[in-house]
Design a protein around this ligand. Structure first.
Ligand code: BGC
Length: 760
């Protein structure tokens, strides 16, 4: 989908950041195309045996071992023989310049054809410098900051040999029960698409073959974020319209930004598992979107088709997946074990195998591995660049930008650095291991700055900082609560560090209860009962039910999971060195029973917008609950600042536009003080009547503006009919003439409204 809508200010890019080259974009070589690279690939394929071809599709994880909340890989010789025999295309989640160089040497020097290995990894939010989890950085709504962080992730990972990153995850999720909400950019297709593009640009830079860039992998294709009941790996059943309108745009945006690879998903979609789904992989991905890159399965997802029940055995699964266009088999052995035999028995055409091999070899060529197989395994660079000071600075910057101020009664925040005594209480206050969060294979537990340390480092040396754990994250014992209460009593202000540990979200991290885990709410209640001013600092990988906190605590910061510089970023915000500007990329419900809840819902025939204050008889047969309001606790796009931003003078350049015309929409935003600050100005539209019903609001643009205390800035957006297009009654993607509402504001709910017509 061509996007012409953009904000007219702050369009500078960061291509020159940290010395990334500005070469031509990586050549996209179509299968069967012309050119020297294709000739080389075809010559190589002509020399390969069937076993060697299948070997190029076979991808294994390195040796794994568990260390607390993360899984690590270790060096091993167990793959040496497979590499020599050409039975492995590469390994993933292995790292280290020396180790990857040693393995590469075996492939290049000791295998018959010398085809270099690919080293893949889940660099989901940074390598050794750990950035905020993806949901957190999405909350920054700051594409430059996100791109910069991913560029650093690529610089560090490539120095350690990694060339193929299993990120970004771009799955839209409207269900906070699903633990992998933590890994995506939230609920909205427009924001999700912008973030997907920024991440791909960050990982891949200008040229794939440059030594500091790696191949991105858009995942998990498709609709993995919509499992029934929020239970990971569960069934996905949805209309093609919802699929195309809500779930597919971020994958498409990632592909359009040049992502070299894509990963299939574990789920079935409308009865067909994604890893054997021709509609997704052939018709949409390669057909409609013209994807020329490489498709990798998820972990054994080809084999899992047997359990899904659309094939009888692994042979059928392998055959179906390869024909559907899954080039690489991650951890399944399905191709390795089944395809040579099927070819020999005349049950599988070798041309499908050749097509997959071609896509894999092309990726290796594009990465420059045939020119210099060791370019990514650079011990000198590894020792200089990993956890370099400037990388940790980027981590702190992105982390503070990711924090969302949900509530700030009576301006309790920012705190004075000279506050007499601050009590820091909670199971996450002095907890290093959980700061790195889900999917931090490479981040080490001894590195992150804890909340407590950050607060001590940033507060004045005259301020006394006392700490109590208060309770455990897992154990229900209330023994430590009394000590926490007495610490609170001795303090002028209390900071409560509560929320989820790293393993409570992420893969297989679904929860049916989205309140604070364990007895943390009991701890909160006991501390709040002291009457001391309380700031809740909530760490989570999803939207939580924070209703009790909202009613009873003065200030709430949603800090997600912030990585290496967690404590510093939190302290920067608590003490006002940084004025928070993050905005929610997901709706926070009042309770789990409202889920799925999202801002861009339909109106229904019996909408209910009331707050239950009208007589019961007037609200009975409306679309609502009897025990909770329809509105969320905190809407999509919500996030406060220490300043107040006032919106005025919303204006349009015309009342009516034609299909070829551009509408300009502007608004004035005044920072009423008392601090300088950034504001994310958001633009939404509503198509009032469509051949199929349209959402009550849809995000169509945003921009982040720095506005000085007392200053007014005018923010302008452009909108064309392309931005108003949707899948009409006959599934054509186009805009329909008619009336539209246009809203600009500081969240999906706090908006100024105007309207216009689109005419033929
Ligand atoms: C996850 C993928 C990940 C892969 C390799 C799977 O379980 O779903 O997102 O890339 O493992 O670690």
């Amino acid at each position: 989908m061509k996007r012409t809508l953009y904000a007219l200010i702050f369009t500078s890019t960061i291509t020159s950041f940290l010395g990334c080259s500005t070469q031509e974009p990586a050549e996209q070589v179509a299968s069967g195309g012309k050119g020297p690279k294709n000739d080389k690939i075809e010559k190589l394929i002509a020399q390969m045996t069937v076993d060697e071809k299948v070997g190029q599709l076979n991808f294994y994880v390195g040796d794994l071992f568990n260390t607390g909340p993360t899984v690590r890989t270790t060096e091993s010789d167990k793959f040496n023989d497979l590499i020599k025999q050409g039975e492995l295309t590469g390994l993933f989640n292995v790292h280290g310049a020396a180790y990857t160089r040693r393995l590469q040497q075996i492939a290049v020097e000791e295998s018959r054809l010398g085809i270099p290995l690919l080293f893949g990894a889940d660099v989901i939010h940074g390598f050794k410098t750990v950035f905020p989890i993806p949901l957190a950085s999405a909350a920054s709504w700051d594409m430059q900051a996100i791109e910069k962080a991913e560029r650093v992730a690529a610089i560090e990972s490539t120095a350690a040999g990694i060339t193929f990153n299993f990120a970004p995850m771009v799955d839209i999720s409207r269900d906070p029960r699903w633990g992998r909400m933590a890994e995506g950019a939230g609920e909205d297709p427009y924001l999700g698409s912008q973030v997907a593009m920024a991440r791909v640009r960050g990982f891949q830079g200008e040229s794939l073959s440059e030594a500091k860039t790696m191949a991105a992998c858009v995942k998990h294709f498709a609709a993995y974020g919509a499992p029934e009941g929020g239970r990971d790996y569960n069934t996905v059943d949805m209309s093609e319209r919802s699929l195309r309108e809500t779930y597919l745009p971020p994958y498409k945006a990632g592909i359009d930004a040049g992502a070299a690879t894509i990963m299939t998903s574990f789920n079935e979609l409308n009865g067909v598992p994604a890893s054997g789904n021709e509609f997704l992989l052939r018709d949409i991905l390669r057909g409609e979107w013209g994807f020329k890159g490489m498709v990798v399965s998820d972990w054994q997802s080809i084999n899992e088709m047997v359990a899904h029940g659309n094939v009888e055995n692994i042979a059928e699964a392998a055959s179906m997946a390869l024909k559907a266009g899954v080039d690489m088999d991650m951890m399944g052995d399905a191709y390795l074990e089944e395809i040579p035999r099927l070819i020999e028995e005349g049950k599988f055409e070798e041309k499908h195998l050749d097509e997959a091999v071609r896509n894999v070899l092309k990726l290796k060529f594009d990465l420059g591995l045939f020119d210099d197989p060791y370019r990514y395994s650079d011990t000198a660079r590894e020792s200089q660049e990993i956890r370099a000071k400037q990388h940790l600075d980027v981590a702190r910057d992105v982390a503070k930008r990711s924090i969302v101020l949900l509530k700030n009664e009576d301006h309790l925040l920012p705190l004075n650095k000279e506050t007499g005594t601050i009590a820091v209480i909670g199971p996450l206050a002095n907890n290093q291991a959980d700061m790195n969060g889900t999917w931090s294979f490479f981040g080490e537990a001894q590195h992150p700055v804890t909340f407590l340390q950050g607060i001590k480092n940033v507060a004045s040396p005259n301020t006394e900082v006392v700490y109590e754990e208060g309770c455990d994250l897992y154990d229900d014992s209330k023994d430590k609560i009394a000590r926490a209460v007495s610490a609170a009593r001795s303090a002028d202000v209390v900071i409560m560090a509560v929320g989820e540990s790293a393993v409570m979200n992420g893969e297989a991290g679904s929860r049916s209860n989205i309140q604070l885990p364990g007895i943390q709410l009991d701890l909160m209640k006991a501390v709040v009962a002291t009457g001391k001013p309380v700031v809740a600092v909530v760490m989570s990988g999803r939207a939580l039910d924070l209703s009790w906190l909202d009613e009873n605590v003065a200030s709430i910061l949603e800090v997600w999971t912030l990585g290496s510089e967690s404590g510093h970023a939190i302290a920067d915000v608590l003490f006002g060195d940084y004025n928070p500007a993050g905005k929610l990329p997901v709706t926070f419900p009042r309770n789990v029973g409202q889920v799925p809840i999202y801002y861009n819902h339909k109106n229904t025939g019996r909408p209910y917008d009331g707050d239950y204050s009208e007589p019961k008889s007037e609200r009975v047969y409306k679309s609502k609950y009897r025990d909770v309001q329809n509105t969320p606790l905190y809407p999509f796009g919500h996030g406060l600042s220490y300043s107040t931003f006032e919106y005025s003078d919303i204006r349009l350049s015309a009342d009516t536009i034609g299909f070829d015309q551009t509408l300009k929409a502007s608004v004035k935003v005044t920072n009423k003080g008392p601090y300088d600050g950034e504001e994310v100005v958001q633009l939404y539209v509503r198509d009032l009547v469509g051949s199929v019903t349209r959402p009550v609001k849809e995000l169509k643009g945003f921009t982040k503006v720095m506005i000085k205390n007392g200053e007014t800035k005018e923010v302008e957006f452009e909108i064309t009919s392309d931005d108003l297009a949707f899948y009409t009654i006959d599934m054509t993607h186009k805009a329909e003439p008619g009336a539209f509402h246009l809203f600009i504001g500081s969240s999906s709910e706090r908006v100024k409204q105007t309207g216009f017509y689109l005419k033929n």
